[in-house]
Design a protein around this ligand. Structure first.
Ligand code: GDP
Ligand code: MN
Length: 364
């Protein structure tokens, strides 16, 4: 699970990482009230789980509470990389002298935890030349070695290491970690990914109280494995591997997937109806691709599930659905869908052709 910035900031503060004072607001007037309470200049920041908010206009400085109201009014409701902004963080503005980049993460190919540090923070780390990024392998029993960071950064880095270890995080990234005019080192942005497999031994009740992306929250409550992405082609498939490759073929066909949604092994009517309704609820979706490989649940059962699901959804089926069925009993499944002749459904036999069709409809 990825944390929103304000959740990351709360987690940082709980581990004595210096962060600017701030609170989250869902309306311009609430943002103004927070700015008045904080006093001085504030920074108003879109709370979405994607980077590059600054470039997208989702981070603005406000000199006064009334400017904070105006900034919040502009940022709330914005869409950044497919994510609607429902909340802003209102934080005391920092007087930035230096911007560093600092991250702890799991380097899967090297099978170790590493620290990444750069004196060229603030910009996209992908844009920073590799030569100016210092990568330091970390022995998890010892923590970061003394020479991994400059002396002024080391104490804050040690606290961020505490966050990484204590929270069972797979990523703790601070970009920028700043030095302000008073010489203080502060984390003014935070990206944290927590390891869901370790939730059983964690208590995040005080940081995960705010609503997530509404589609993700709804999917989770329905027991669906759904991740919101920033494209226009909704994806539903059975099996994580199949869904991942479906994302790839859709991208290969020149479109961008709107989500990842794995309905798992049993593709019955109810789970299909739930999946279709979660994807159709996303206003960014222009077409859907349902890619099912029949196994224990055979394609004729899946086809009947799709038809019952479409029946249940009725007028809510407002965008074209491309279906590809293969595997156990494929011919029977395709015959059922063909006979039903739903006006919004087209049946395509191969995965590549189905992706091409969905991509074409999704770009329109
Ligand atoms: P991101 O674009 O999503 O990574 O959002 P950040 O929180 O990193 O903010 C983007 C940029 O806005 C930072 O790199 C800073 O240059 C600037 N910024 C953020 N907070 C402050 C602040 O308190 N004061 C000033 N002067 N600039 C800020
Ligand atoms: Mn940043």
């Amino acid at each position: 699970m990825d944390l929103l910035e304000h959740q990351a900031m709360r987690l940082f503060a709980a581990h004595q990482v210096p962060v600017p004072a701030g609170e989250v607001a869902a309306s311009p007037s609430a943002a103004g009230a927070i700015a008045a309470r904080l006093g001085g200049a504030t920074v108003i920041k879109a709370q979405v789980k994607v980077g590059g908010r600054g470039k997208a206009g989702g981070v603005r400085l406000a000199a006064t509470p009334s400017a904070a109201v105006a900034c919040a009014a502009e940022i709330l409701g914005m869409e950044i990389k497919g994510h609607r902004v429902r909340e802003v963080l209102v934080a005391s503005a920092s007087d930035i002298v230096t911007e560093y980049y600092l991250a702890f993460l799991i380097d899967r190919s090297a099978r170790e935890i590493i620290a990444m540090f750069s004196e060229s923070g603030g910009m996209d780390i992908e844009q920073v030349p590799a030569s100016s990024i210092v990568r330091t392998p970390i022995d998890p029993g010892l923590g970061p070695p003394a020479d991994a960071f400059p002396a002024d950064v080391a104490p804050v880095a040690a606290k961020l290491w505490d966050v990484f270890i204590a929270s069972d995080a797979t990523l703790v990234e601070v970009n920028p970690l700043i030095v302000d005019a008073a010489g203080r080192v502060l984390a003014v942005d935070g990206k944290v990914t927590l390891d869901d497999n370790a939730f059983f031994r964690q208590d995040f009740s005080d940081i995960s109280t705010s609503p997530e992306d509404p589609s993700e929250a709804r999917a989770a409550s329905l027991g669906l494995n759904y991740v919101k992405l920033d494209g226009t082609v909704g994806i539903i498939g059975n099996g994580a591997g199949l869904v991942m490759s479906t994302l790839d073929v859709v991208a290969g066909a020149g479109a961008r997937p709107a989500n990842f949604l794995d309905i798992g092994g049993g593709a019955g009517a109810q789970v299909m109806a739930d999946a279709l309704s979660v994807v159709l609820d996303d206003p960014a979706v222009k077409s859907l691709l349902v890619n099912v490989f029949g196994g224990i649940t055979a394609c004729d059962a899946v086809a009947n599930g799709i038809i019952q699901a479409l029946d249940r959804l009725g007028d809510a089926v407002t965008r074209p659905i491309v279906v590809r069925l293969d595997g156990n009993n494929a011919a029977a499944g395709r015959a059922i869908l063909a006979a039903a002749a739903h006006p919004m459904v087209s049946l395509v036999d191969t995965m590549d052709d189905a992706a091409a069709r969905a991509a074409e409809l999704g770009k329109a």
